[in-house]
Design a protein around this ligand. Sequence first.
Ligand code: 4NP
Length: 159
Amino acid sequence: MSKRASVLFVCLGNICRSPTAEGVFRKLVEQAGLQDQIHIDSCGTSNWHIGKGPDSRSVEAAGKRDVDLSTLKARQFTEKDLDTFDYVVVMDRQNLADVKDIWHQNGGTRPTLFLEYGSTELAEVPDPYYGGEDGFEHVLDLIEDASVGLLRKIQEGMA
Ligand code: 4NP
């Protein structure tokens, strides 16, 4: 397989859910030997945490599953991302509305809800920021599940 694809994960702060998705999905892509073909990044719709590393609770929860988030740095979503990335994958309906506002103005890649690729009935990866530790485990469970479906979808597109 020589084709390439790029994936951008989007949440609100880029310190909990989307960096977790970036790390989990990168590990899956590496396990599939596709790291040279699939480019992965993440960002937030807000400017609140630009330049900061992920939330320590996300780093710890991901670390327990052998996913290293420690080197990531938050950045803000820009309209250019809709031209640059083949897949723009958002965590919740508010992220979708925020990105779609820009998509309606400028076109480009249509954003999708991440859990559309998953096997659960849930539509959104819930924001764990104000909750307890178990929220971060739940986020990881949902992200691991949807990552499998997303990779399958991308591989179909590359075939
Ligand atoms: P994220 O979570 O969107 O998954 O990164 C949040 C991080 C920070 C805040 C909200 C959600 N905050 O209010 O600062």
